[in-house]
Design a protein around this ligand. Structure first.
Ligand code: AP5
Length: 211
């Protein structure tokens, strides 16, 4: 089987990062994530663009999308170095979807369906291990090790106010992207409200039958 080229879609908190970690391990492919790439470049000077803010971090903390010019370049560079991949966090609007078409072809667009109340609960309870990048949740998935628990951090944009703005931005900009892949007959939906292990079983089966 050739290395799969997978797009993972879903609202903030749907479990894209959680399932991408399973996908990359199992299928031995790259995880290309615009969110992580932008968090690593939060202070990058983008003032030459003459837009609302001068760094990616300011857009992220406001729950807004970082300008397309910045994000397109990150994805183009990452895709040029990957054979198979799971692409997470991009495209987030129709312009980015059109840009992606000029960069690569996809085997599958996988959509994780989760209700809005559950998304808010997941995001405000999410914690990250800054040493390993592992994702936890205070209630659904706490770490077993006390040392790990003591070093967990919360993402700056996981406050209730910013989460609500991220969900609004998602509805306005990214829902049309879902329709776009549905019309292109590339979209497969998975129920993202089951337990992480059950979601993974469904994700794996969906990828295996589509690629
Ligand atoms: P990004 O980092 O991409 O964030 P997001 O899309 O908002 O998604 P999240 O990472 O918050 O959620 P997730 O779906 O990965 O969920 P997770 O697996 O962690 O983007 C952040 C910002 O960067 C954007 O707001 C924007 O400013 C900028 N940006 C990024 N890409 C951009 C682009 N293309 N263009 C412009 N700007 C861009 O899970 C969440 C929690 O739920 C965890 O605690 C987890 O343990 C738990 N959980 C997961 N699955 C389950 C389950 N099945 N049951 C119970 N709990 C679960």
């Amino acid at each position: 089987m050739a290395s799969p080229r997978i797009l993972i879609l879903g609202a903030p908190g749907a479990g894209k990062g959680t399932q991408s970690a399973n996908i990359t391990d199992h299928f031995d492919i790259e995880h290309i994530t615009t969110g992580d790439a932008l968090r690593a470049n939060k202070e990058m000077d983008i003032s030459h663009l003459g837009l609302e803010y001068d760094t990616p971090g300011e857009y992220m903390n406001a729950g807004e999308l970082v300008p397309d010019e910045v994000v397109n370049e990150i994805v183009d560079e990452a895709l040029s170095q990957a054979d198979g991949f799971v692409l997470d966090g991009y495209p987030r609007n129709l312009k980015q979807a059109s840009e992606l078409e000029s960069m690569t072809e996809l085997d599958l667009a996988l959509m994780l369906d989760v209700s809005e109340d559950e998304l808010v609960h997941r995001l405000t309870g999410r914690r990250l291990d800054p040493e390993t990048g592992d994702i936890y949740h205070v209630e659904y998935n706490p770490p077993e090790d006390d040392d790990v628990e003591a070093r967990l951090v919360q993402r700056d944009d996981d406050t209730e106010e910013t989460v609500k703005e991220r969900l609004r931005v998602y509805r306005e900009n990214t829902e049309p992207v879902i329709e776009h892949y549905e019309e292109a007959d590339l979209l497969e939906r998975v129920d993202g409200e089951k337990t992480p292990d059950q979601v993974w079983d469904d994700v794996r089966e969906t990828i295996e039958s589509a690629t």
